[in-house]
Design a protein around this ligand. Structure first.
Ligand SMILES: *Cc1c(COP(=O)(O)O)cnc(C)c1O
Length: 427
């Protein structure tokens, strides 16, 4: 075979032919003429997710109030059920996971419950590349304790503006740190942090550690229990395809069971006790204790259908195809876009690269607009980032090929110049 054969459309089609996950694409709603490369921001709707939402509505229709205890999935146990289904994706025990709240709310719960500034240990360690909401939550939590965030929130710096160095994080684990909050996969560059190593180093120093898995859950495997991670939290609308605003998740290592929830509510009750209606909370014996109010069942329902797919395929196979796709995309970018000023700013190593490609270009905002004009949905991150996520369950190798071809055409024909280099309201 000719050494440039990988640049052809036929080659891409051949990869699709050989793809053992190809039938899953049929399970998603793919709009004709659209190439969706934004599954790391909002995953697409699957027929299973849609079906489980309809079933939830149907149980309301059929049972009214009795839906709490009757039907296929009694609502009273649904958050626990989804937690159990999520556990294999993160290497946790079923009782360590609960589907509840949102990313931001779950982080607040973790900090409210487990951040106990004492003596010299009054600081929270984070980094300067994390998603803003995590930082806002941490600063506000410090404020509640009367601690000045300027002094008590340490944000590890990035040397290159894209990635973090684990050594730097470990060096910042000083004896005044009580809690560490980091991302599993960075939302821009897609860098995977070595969660196992960071956890080990934190524990050596008597520090608790939490990971935000928004960009890693459903994209890469985790072994949270084995690594001894204390806490984790994530959203369900990115790689998990749970739908916009889907109910999020929370993992609490069993070593921390029995802690009194910082933000308490009656759905954190022991199931047998909840309807005793006492004014003293008897918390659930597991991660369920960290729920607050009545679960948002209609926003949780699609996750059920979606998770059946993840559990059927297994995260290892999903990861393998995802790595193949991002590898292929980088090879095409290197070959086809080398004259156009793009920088591949995600880590290239397999053990450091998450589920998306991160390109930087000074004209990124309007290149993204031109991509949309060409029927390709990318994800712009200000000031000059283009995220492209070929998703294992529903994207094809041919779509990866066509995306790179479209970028080449947009640049060669200077199509992007028809647009303003400015972000839209949601970008
Ligand atoms: C998407 C994302 C969030 C979003 O938080 P919500 O509470 O779901 O709005 C938070 N943190 C990270 C790292 C994210 O990628």
């Amino acid at each position: 075979m000719n050494e440039n054969a990988y640049l052809t459309q036929e080659y891409a089609r051949q990869l699709d032919e050989e793809d053992e996950l190809k039938q899953y694409r049929e399970e998603f709603y793919i709009q004709p003429g659209i190439i969706y490369m934004d599954g790391n921001s909002l995953g697409l709707l699957s027929k299973r997710a849609e079906d489980s939402l309809w079933r939830m509505l149907d149980s309301w229709k059929t049972y009214g109030i009795d839906g709490w205890t009757k039907g296929e999935h009694p609502w009273f146990y649904f958050s626990e059920k989804l937690g159990e289904m999520t556990a294999p994706l993160i290497g946790a025990k079923p009782e360590e996971v609960i589907v509840t709240g949102s990313t931001t709310v779950n982080l607040h719960q973790i900090v409210s419950t487990f951040f106990k500034p004492k003596g010299n240990r009054t600081k929270i360690l984070a980094d300067e590349l994390n998603f803003p909401t995590d930082i806002y939550a941490l600063k506000s939590q410090l404020g509640i304790h009367g601690l000045d965030p300027e002094e008590h929130l340490i944000q590890v710096k990035s040397a290159d503006g894209q990635t973090l160095c684990e050594e730097d994080i470990i060096n910042a684990m000083t004896d005044d740190v009580a809690l560490i909050v980091l991302a599993g996969v960075l939302y821009r560059s897609g860098q995977i942090l070595d969660m196992e190593r960071l956890t080990k180093e934190a524990h050596k120093r008597g520090i608790l550690i939490a990971f935000d898995l928004c960009h890693s859950i459903g994209a890469i495997p985790h072994q949270l229990s084995e690594w001894g991670v204390d806490f984790a939290f994530w959203c369900s609308y990115k790689h998990l395809n749970g739908g916009p605003g889907a109910v999020a998740g929370l993992y609490v290592n069993e070593a921390h069971f029995g802690a009194n929830p910082g933000l308490a509510g009656w759905f954190g009750s022991h199931k047998e006790k909840q309807f005793d209606m006492e004014h003293t909370l008897t918390p659930a014996p597991d991660a369920g204790a960290f729920q607050m109010g009545t679960p948002h069942l209609l926003s949780a329902a699609p996750l059920y259908g979606s998770l059946t797919m993840f559990n059927e395929v297994g995260i290892e196979k999903i990861r393998k195809k995802s790595l193949d796709m991002t590898e292929y995309m980088m090879k095409l970018i290197d070959a086809e876009l080398k004259d156009f000023g793009f920088v591949v700013a995600n880590p290239r190593d397999e053990d450091k690269r998450g589920g998306h490609i991160y390109l930087e270009h000074d004209e990124a905002a309007r290149i993204c607009k031109a991509l949309k004009e060409n029927g390709i949905i990318p994800d712009f991150r200000t000031p000059k980032g283009i995220r492209l996520a070929p998703v294992a369950l529903y994207n094809t190798y041919e779509e990866v090929w066509r995306t790179v071809q479209a970028l080449k055409k947009i640049m060669a024909e200077e199509q992007y110049k028809q647009f303003e280099n400015k972000r839209d309201v949601v970008a």
